[in-house]
Design a protein around this ligand. Structure first.
Ligand code: ZN
Length: 153
């Protein structure tokens, strides 16, 4: 069958950035299984897979707006260093969890100064164009329970 809403799809994929660096891959793992039309995967990839079928190869480049969004400059903030009291070994590249009213937000440490720490709350893949090589492994109809749950079982 062709991929459409309420299909359970399994794909093998390799994701690269524009520099050709592999960011993620299903190689050596089970294929990624998702429920089509339920926003389980990024919109640009979901769109590119419509009407494909088992065995198809799909090459697609997805702009940030159809992936993890553009980088938001306002999500880069300087915080007083004492905000981080009690965190041992605070250093560049560390990812911390910030507690906000909306829940935990990952916060990447960009720079540790003498008095302030610069943090970035953008998704790590924000502003990045994603180049996917996908092979469709299988397509089947979702069960009523999967549709109700909004994900593949
Ligand atoms: Zn479920």
């Amino acid at each position: 069958m062709k991929i459409q809403d309420n299909a359970v799809v399994a794909i093998h994929y390799t994701l690269k950035n524009d520099e050709g660096q592999v960011l993620d891959s299903s190689e050596g793992k089970d294929p990624l299984k998702y429920l089509h039309g339920a926003k389980n995967i990024i919109p640009g990839l979901e769109q590119a897979l419509v009407d494909k079928t088992e065995g198809d190869d799909v090459e697609v480049s997805i702009e940030p707006k159809d992936a993890y969004g553009e980088r938001n400059p306002e999500a880069v903030k300087q915080l007083p260093k004492n905000t981080f009291e009690g965190i041992d070994n605070l250093q560049e590249g560390m990812v911390l969890q910030a507690q906000t009213p909306q829940g935990a937000v990952p916060l990447r440490v960009v720079e540790v100064g003498d008095e302030a720490v610069t943090v970035d709350m953008n998704h790590q893949l924000a502003g990045v164009r994603l180049n996917f090589s996908v092979k469709v492994d299988s397509v089947r109809e979702a069960t009523a329970e999967e549709i109700e749950h909004g994900h593949a079982h």
